[in-house]
Design a protein around this ligand. Structure first.
Ligand code: KE4
Length: 437
């Protein structure tokens, strides 16, 4: 039985005042564009604190959080294991710029959890991980070009801001100014889920392509799972053309399963990038591969990569606590998938009850609602979604105390802190909002 709830008539006065103040000293008032609500309109919400599945904003509103800092808070906000680890580590100093044992501990744990990797290098963001992975692929292969997919987002490094997804799309400037022609010419753009297109590009750029980099389950066009055979086909094409296959698992790593997409879908990549969950909410990215590739990295090999705060013990403590929780309790991944399936079924029913045209994509604990008639399988079909309907949906859900991605080109991120009561409240809100779409 659908739970009846009313609109909560939330107020956002303090958030709006804080946003006005922030805009005076921070470009756009935010430190990452997608937070500015440009794609949905209105002022962004300022969060005071968060616990479990809930955000508490500066106007004392409680919001059920379906973004979870864009993925890291898979166990819920302020998880005791992570908080305690960080507090204890901070008392002993936060960063030394020298090796520490905890880096080896989290590296060994990550290597034990993820297939096909012997070594891992820690950096400070997903962007840095993907940027470094591509440099390593180029250094290892001696080739300059890369293939990325329209709508996939690998962070804001120049090579990737070519029809990128996520925030870059919502700004209608897929190729960001500041990216030189020289850089752009080495990035070849393919259509997601289109093997024939990838093969054409490989054939036309014979022996020039260092790697293919892909979100093996896309999240930056909304959630778009790979069609059956797509990743396996990519693997075969990369083998045939002697090209490295890089899985950008910044979003999917340690979220879709212990071993990420490689384990979940049984497809092997040559290099994997991580972010988000691996840092437990602190700034951590990483890239990993088999030893013969990783040993090309400085100080062992000629490919340079470095970072003042890379592997700092404070961030390592958060990441190690998070990965340990997930490694010791793998049933969490099934629980997340079950909750996401329950949510999917509830939202579908609620929107169908009011004849709202939509399609929902879901894999594991990643899900997105597209107000489009056709199946969403790539950037072009994702872009056909009705953004006006999305905006109404977003603000309607917010009025019910439910925080979803402020853009149709994002995945929702389910946290295991969500209860089935939270899910029922969310589904009831969809039912209410659907009446007005
Ligand atoms: P960061 O540099 O933001 O840590 O990671 C970049 C990145 C790389 N690869 C994938 C698959 C990603 O999803 C991301 C970052 N994700 C976005 C959300 N779609 C971060 C949110 C933001 O830009 O503020």
């Amino acid at each position: 039985m659908t739970k009846k709830i009313s609109i909560k008539h939330m107020i956002y006065q303090r958030s709006s005042a804080l946003f006005a103040a922030a805009q005076k000293v921070i470009p756009g008032g935010v430190n990452s564009p997608v937070r500015a609500f440009k794609a949905v309109g209105g002022d962004p919400i300022f969060v005071k604190e968060a616990r479990g599945a809930y955000l508490y904003d500066e106007d004392e509103n409680r919001l059920i959080d379906y973004i979870n800092s864009w993925g890291p808070m898979i166990l819920g906000h302020a998880h005791p294991a992570v908080v305690n680890a960080v507090v204890e580590k901070a008392k002993k100093g936060t960063s030394f710029g020298m090796p520490t044992e905890i880096e080896t501990q989290i590296a060994a744990l990550a290597v034990s959890m993820v297939p096909n990797i012997d070594k891992i290098r820690f950096v400070n963001s997903g962007t840095e991980a993907c940027m470094s992975a591509v440099r390593l692929a180029r250094g290892y292969t001696g080739k300059d070009k890369i293939i990325k997919f329209a709508g996939c987002y690998h962070g804001h490094s120049d090579s990737f801001l070519i029809q990128a997804g996520s925030g870059a799309v919502t700004f209608g400037s897929p190729n960001s100014p500041g990216v030189t022609k020289g850089t752009a010419q080495d990035t070849l753009l393919a259509r997601y889920n289109d093997l024939a297109h990838v093969e054409d590009i490989m054939t036309s750029n014979k022996d020039e392509i260092a790697c293919v980099i892909i979100e093996p389950v896309a999240g930056n066009m909304g959630c778009i799972p790979p069609e059956k055979g797509f990743l396996e086909g990519l693997r075969s094409l990369c083998d045939a053309h002697n090209i490295l296959l890089v899985f950008d698992e910044v979003m999917t790593g340690f979220r879709l399963s212990k071993g990420g997409v490689q384990e979940l879908l049984d497809v092997n990549a040559d290099m994997i990038t991580f972010g988000k969950v691996i840092g437990g909410g602190l700034p951590v990215g990483a890239f990993a591969a088999r030893e013969e590739i990783m040993n090309h990295l400085a100080p062992l090999g000629p490919v340079y990569q470095a970072g003042t705060l890379s592997g700092n013990p404070l961030a390592m403590a958060a990441g190690l606590a998070m990965l340990t929780e997930l490694n010791d309790n793998p049933e969490i991944f099934n629980s997340l998938a079950d909750k996401t399936e329950y949510l999917h079924k509830g939202i579908t029913k609620a929107l169908h009850n009011h004849n709202v045209i939509h399609t929902i994509n879901r894999l594991g604990s990643m899900i997105s609602v597209h107000f489009a008639e056709d199946k969403v399988v790539d950037f072009d079909t994702a872009a056909k979604g009705n953004n006006d309907t999305f905006k109404k949906f977003f603000h309607g859900m917010l009025d019910h105390g439910i925080y979803i991605a402020p853009s149709a080109f994002e995945s929702w991120f389910i946290t295991d802190a969500l209860t089935y009561e939270d899910l029922d409240e969310t589904i009831a809100a969809v039912e209410n909002v659907a009446r007005r779409l």
